[in-house]
Design a protein around this ligand. Structure first.
Ligand code: BG6
Length: 458
């Protein structure tokens, strides 16, 4: 049961979520299912309205048929039917927002408490025009913290681009009306990094170069670029995965204890951490899968990378000498995502046969689980040990209790919290790191689809 959202709805009498990019893959695969769950768990579902915005001339029923026919949405279409209205808007044309404005007026008439989320699942070129048109049509007003806008990643295609967009947004809106989305922060196991690190003596005592020998963050994907060739050929793996998701994970792994768990203090700690990150070009590589250039929407001489193996050092006393590896790619042997912390040998390990390095593994996919591998006595052998795995698999034990990342993000936005959203300063430091990689390009390879990274159990 979604208690946080329920509490919110008790206070608010109307929640309107407006989705720009309603016909896009992300809306169909992730946003609609997340909203469906939110509605299902609400005490007052009748208070929730979803406005799906697109350029196509659809009625709401046409849109729902489109959703079903896409086969990407696997949820309950009849539930959506009760809450969803399709509105035709051309994002660039202010006059076309008139319908949206009228609809809003109708939906919110005589209602004092309205929470409005505009979710922009569109490319960054549209962030400024949409914001401008929402303002011009009185759908959002600077400083009204009950009306917010969420910007899906990528937040700009280059640092300059991101800076320009951000300056515009911070001029036109209050800072707290701007939510920059990075869905990795909504993943339970990513949120768990903070809990694990700072609430356990066992983990926090080990968290330094005295005990850690290396750390890997692996996101291996089996899929290629699906039907997103035009998008992907502009961003590549560095912007698509590293600048956002993986550097956020790295920041959580290396940051100091924040003053409190408030979004401000966590963000401060992450920024400080990211500023210490130094990329090591000689131990990194980028690659492209064979066949990528033949994908729809991709240029035939594209040099965009679909794989990144990046090595970083953290320039402080605590992590001096510990390599941090970020590894991600498309068209690999399997879909698997995890963080692996490998510890140094114990001082007495030479006394035993068959020891293996202790490892802490935080798995994001296919399951959500935490496991700690230690050495333990093997029956009948005095000095031989074997690997024991202390394992807690959240998704195996409580499949429905693990929220999907986007659902967690919507709940955070509904409640007006910001911890699961990166601040502009975090994004800006991440861009500095991407610039280091662009300035000093590592080795480049072409790899065969199905390339096997090895995996945590191989
Ligand atoms: C998205 C990227 O942000 O994250 C995709 O645009 C990538 O290219 C996806 O596949 C990975 O997310 P997840 O949740 O499947 O690990």
């Amino acid at each position: 049961m979604n208690l946080e959202a329920m509490r919110f709805i008790k206070k608010m009498s109307k929640l309107i979520i407006t989705l720009f990019g309603a016909t896009g893959d992300l809306t169909l695969r992730k946003l609609l299912p997340a909203l469906e769950n939110i509605i299902k768990n609400e005490k007052h579902p009748e208070n929730v309205t979803i406005l799906a915005i697109g350029r196509r001339k659809f009625t709401s029923e046409d849109y729902l048929n489109f959703v079903v026919e896409s086969k990407l949405f696997k949820g309950d279409i009849n539930l959506l039917r009760k809450h969803l209205i399709y509105v035709e808007v051309d994002a660039y044309q202010s006059a076309t927002y008139e319908n949206l404005h009228l609809l809003y007026k109708g939906l919110t008439k005589n209602i004092a408490d309205v929470r409005t989320i505009f979710y922009l699942a569109v490319s960054p070129e549209l962030f400024m025009p949409i914001t401008e048109n929402l303002k011009a049509n009185k759908l959002i007003k600077k400083g009204d913290l009950n009306t917010i806008i969420a910007f899906e990643k990528p937040f700009g295609h280059t640092f300059e681009d991101a800076l320009y967009i951000n300056e515009y947004l911070e001029k036109e809106l209050h800072r707290n009306q701007i939510y920059r989305v990075d869905h990795y922060l909504g993943k339970e196991m990513i949120q768990n990094i903070i809990d694990l690190r700072f609430s356990n003596t066992l983990v926090s005592a080990l968290w330094s170069n005295k005990y850690i020998s290396e750390v890997k963050v692996i996101v291996s994907e089996k899929d290629g670029i699906l039907n997103r060739g035009a998008y992907y050929d502009e961003v590549g793996v560095l912007n698509d995965m590293v600048q956002s998701h993986l550097l956020q994970v790295l920041a959580l792994l290396i940051m100091d204890i924040p003053k409190s768990l408030s979004s401000k203090d966590i963000s401060k700690a992450k920024i400080k951490a990211l500023k210490k990150v130094k990329y090591d070009a000689s131990n990194s590589l980028l690659g492209q899968y064979d066949g990528y250039r033949q994908e729809k929407g991709v240029s035939e001489d594209s040099l965009i990378s679909t794989l990144a193996f990046l090595t970083f050092a953290v320039e402080d006393k605590r992590f001096a000498g510990v390599p941090f590896y970020l590894f991600t790619g498309k068209k690999l042997a399997k879909k698997e995502a995890y963080i692996e912390v490998i510890l140094k040998d114990a001082p007495g390990s030479h006394l035993f046969k068959n020891t293996s390095a202790n490892r802490l593994i935080i798995e994001l996919a296919p399951e959500s689980r935490i496991s700690l591998e230690i050495n333990g006595r093997t029956d009948g052998n005095n000095n031989e040990v074997s690997k024991l795995v202390l394992d807690h698999c959240f998704t195996c034990l409580f499949p429905s209790a693990v929220k999907e990342a986007y659902e967690a993000l919507f709940i955070e936005m509904i409640n007006g919290h910001r911890t699961l959203f990166p601040s502009w300063e975090e994004i800006s430091v991440s861009w500095d790191i991407i610039c280091q990689i662009r300035d000093e390009k590592p080795r480049y390879i072409i790899y065969e689809p199905g390339f096997n990274l090895g995996g945590k159990n191989e």
